[in-house]
Design a protein around this ligand. Structure first.
Ligand code: CUA
Length: 334
């Protein structure tokens, strides 16, 4: 292989990397429910319109280029100035095409509005969730069920879930490409709403879509869609009051953890960090900064700022023995 050819193949490398990444990323073109589907439909409608005109215009252009190309012995071609019918056609046709695209755009936007969504007024939301955006993690409260959790959001398959979203800090944006109707800004002083219905069991990626500070990228969340019966079980587990022994409480309180974190049924009522009542039931912590493993937790407790710089949890100068005790205690909070 010549060197130039090799270099050409190297140029393709970023494309290969890009497309292999697509296999695991979530795409709004693979919708898993009726809230996300109209966006994918709209995309294909617009692509269809664009593809039609691409083919027509390019076929006409290449046809003309080939048919009327200069041949040896040709004189000067016939000179043409203005053609009224042609001018009208190429003004009216694109106007209609853009008009159709605008129509579908507006129709989709209206259809996606949470107050109109579901298309069936009898379909009341099965679950209501209050979303609180923090810097940088998502808190989820189920006001009807008395559940508070973070970073992972459980929903029953086939049921509509309504969200009301709040921020007391900066503007964030809430969205899960396969499930929500696009992204919805979460704005201080204003409660915005969105909705979803997951039609397939699975774990779906969610992101913050508005730059909200240093660790904006570590403000991920996961929507876990489970069968209705699995949801009932999850709710029961989350509602259960954790049992905290005397020694565990001492380990937990000696470095002021309760000032920022809450554990149901104890004196710990802090609201700055996520509720730890059932922290062991979550796979991802700190907005996805690390996985919930003993090693991950140990690293975090040793120096939270080294993992997620600028987050609200300070380094508490815990000894290794204290960290081990805390990690084994947190593992009991299922
Ligand atoms: Cu929150 Cu970006």
């Amino acid at each position: 292989m010549s060197r130039i050819l090799k270099r050409r193949y190297l140029l393709l490398l970023p494309l290969v990397v890009l497309f292999s990444a697509c296999a695991t990323a979530s795409s709004p073109l693979l919708p898993a429910g009726p809230a996300a589907k109209p966006i994918s439909d709209l995309f294909w409608i617009i692509v269809g319109i664009a593809a039609f005109f691409f083919v027509v215009v390019y076929a006409g252009m290449w046809g003309a280029l080939l048919k009327f190309r200069a041949r040896p012995g040709d004189g000067e071609p016939r000179q043409v100035y203005s053609n009224i019918p042609l001018e009208i056609i190429w003004t009216v046709v694109p106007t209609i095409a853009i008009g159709v695209a605008v129509y579908f755009n507006i129709a989709t936007t209206v259809q996606e509005r949470p107050d109109l969504a579901g298309h069936d007024p009898s379909e009341a939301p099965a679950v209501r969730v209050q979303v609180y955006a923090h810097q940088w993690w998502w808190e989820f409260r189920y006001p009807d069920l008395g559940i508070t959790t973070a970073t992972e959001l459980y929903v029953p398959v086939g049921r509509r879930v309504d969200f009301t979203m709040y921020s007391d800090n900066v503007i964030h944006s809430f969205g899960a490409p396969e499930l929500t109707p696009g992204k919805t800004d979460v704005i201080p002083g204003q409660a915005n709403a969105t909705w979803l219905r997951a039609d397939k069991v699975g774990t779906y990626n969610g992101y913050c879509y508005e730059f909200c500070g240093e660790e904006h990228a570590m403000m991920r969340f996961w929507i876990v869609a489970v069968p209705p019966q699995g949801f009932v079980t999850w709710v029961k587990d989350q509602q259960a009051k954790p049992k905290v022994s005397e020694q565990d409480w001492l380990a937990f309180s000696e470095r002021w953890c309760p000032a920022c974190h809450a554990i149901d049924g104890t004196e710990a009522k802090g609201l700055i960090g996520p509720s730890l009542s059932h922290v062991a039931s979550r796979q991802h912590l700190a907005g996805g900064a690390f996985e919930n493993t003993p090693e991950g937790l140990k690293r975090w407790l040793k120096d939270p700022q080294a993992i997620k710089h600028g987050n609200a949890m300070p380094s508490l100068d815990l000894t290794d023995a204290m960290i081990d005790r805390l990690v084994s205690f947190l593992a009991t909070l299922k």
